[in-house]
Design a protein around this ligand. Structure first.
Ligand code: NZQ
Ligand code: ZN
Length: 383
């Protein structure tokens, strides 16, 4: 077992009435609040007006809307500039992972005199300071509300890169399952695929010495599979939405890593897909995951035992091939996601060039080490 420190400074509010605590939480951090939101769902659902009512006269409210899915550095630059011009004291992110990630980058960018992209690409400067960040989560997916990581895209360089820093941990996050009722079917499915993938990235590891975490992860994965199906059948099912939402936060908050330094496998491959094709993150993962599973079992037959254990404990099947079949059934039949890039509308990819870009700095040192050729093979299987 590895040594580790588990420290999450984010206060998590969960439930129907949790927004009632918003005003009191923000008050001690200042008066000038920048509300960051996406393409307009928060306007259509009335959530933005509700938040403004809750903040009332206690705050001076500014807005920075239009954050794109796969948030772009341009939106972050504009947000950071607005913070500096207006003397913003608090960032309030209202949305899914893209809005929360963008808000983290804005919160950090507002405190420096260099281009916020320098946190991500090039010199990769450390995030040493940030405006206090609060989040109101509107979809169950990335878990960004309980982490200090953010993934930002640069459309000029065609890169999508992640970066973390303790100062951008949200001070508090508000999770009301009812706010996720309006998430469209496709995004609900992509979110569920993303949550499952986050747990799988930690579950498939070489050191099998932390069975406590294995059993917890299997429980979370079973809950994701069961509740995603329920939510798709009944979008207003509070319990099912709530289970997915809370699973999303825990799938990625570091608990399941258990001090492991192993990097993730499917995520770096997917980030290259979304960087090049602006693909929805969960959809890209759904296409990749079963191809990666098959690649691992073929390349290193000793991995089969772990895939068998996963199949038995999550899906109740008794062999490793049935485990992959079960994952495919969940992703492509239950969630209804595309099973190939072609089915997702991407006619052709340059798998060798993508693999080169993914492995430019390092091989993917994940469950199996994936070098350029391995990544290329997985991408070719995704076509
Ligand atoms: O933009 P609006 O209009 O709000 O619509 C969004 C968006 O179109 C919509 N949506 C969200 N909540 C809604 C809603 N529509 C109706 N009702 C609601 N309640 O859903 C669409 C997708 O939103 P987005 O925030 O892009 O989705 P997600 O939460 O999946 O975030 C994806 C981004 O997070 C990154 C991904 O790479 C991607 O850029 N990730 C961040 C991670 C992290 N910070 O640790 C880890 C993840 O693995 C991931 O890489
Ligand atoms: Zn993810």
């Amino acid at each position: 077992m590895n040594d580790f420190v588990f420290h999450i400074p984010t206060k998590m509010y969960f439930g129907k009435d949790c927004l009632g605590k918003l005003n009191a939480e923000l008050k001690s951090f200042g008066r000038k609040v920048l509300i960051v939101y996406g393409g307009g769902s928060v306007i259509r659902t009335g959530l933005l007006d509700r938040i403004k009512d809750l903040l009332g006269d206690d705050f001076e409210v500014f807005e920075h809307g239009g954050i794109e899915p796969n948030p772009k550095i341009g939106s972050i630059r504009r947000g950071a500039d607005k913070c500096k011009e207006e003397g913003i004291e608090i960032i309030l992110a209202v949305g899914g992972g893209s809005v929360i990630d963008a808000s983290k980058a804005i919160a950090a960018g507002a405190c420096v005199d260099f281009d916020p992209w320098e946190f991500y690409g090039g010199p990769r400067r450390a995030i040493e300071k940030a405006l206090p960040l609060f989040t109101i989560v509107t979809m169950a997916s990335t878990g960004s509300e309980m982490t200090c990581g953010a993934v930002i895209s640069n459309d000029e360089t065609c890169e999508k890169l992640g970066r973390g820093g303790f100062p951008v941990f949200p001070k508090a996050s508000f999770l009301d399952p009812e706010l996720t009722y309006s998430v469209p079917r496709f995004q609900t499915a992509c979110g569920a695929a993303d949550i499952l993938s986050h747990v799988m990235e930690s579950y498939f590891k070489k050191d099998l010495d932390f069975c406590l975490l294995d059993r917890m992860m299997e429980g979370v994965m079973k809950a994701v599979v069961a509740n995603a199906e329920k939510v798709l059948a009944e979008p207003d099912n509070y319990e099912a939405r709530g289970n997915l939402l809370w699973a999303a936060s825990w799938a990625i908050n570091g608990l399941f890593g258990g001090g492991s330094r192993q990097v993730w496998s499917c995520h770096p491959i997917e980030h290259e897909l979304s960087a090049r094709y602006d693909m929805t993150h969960g959809l890209g993962l759904a296409i990749i995951i079963p191809k990666w599973m098959r690649y691992c079992m073929d390349a290193e037959p000793e991995t089969r035992a772990r895939f068998r254990e996963f199949g038995e404990n999550v899906f109740g099947v008794t062999d490793e091939c049935a485990a992959v079949d079960s994952v495919e059934k969940f992703l492509y039949e239950t969630l209804g996601l595309a099973s190939s890039l072609k089915a997702a509308g991407i006619e052709e990819i340059d798998a060798a060039d993508m693999a080169e870009a993914i492995c430019r700095k390092n091989n993917i040192n994940g469950y199996l080490t994936l070098d350029k050729l391995a990544v290329q093979k997985i991408l070719e299987a995704c076509r």
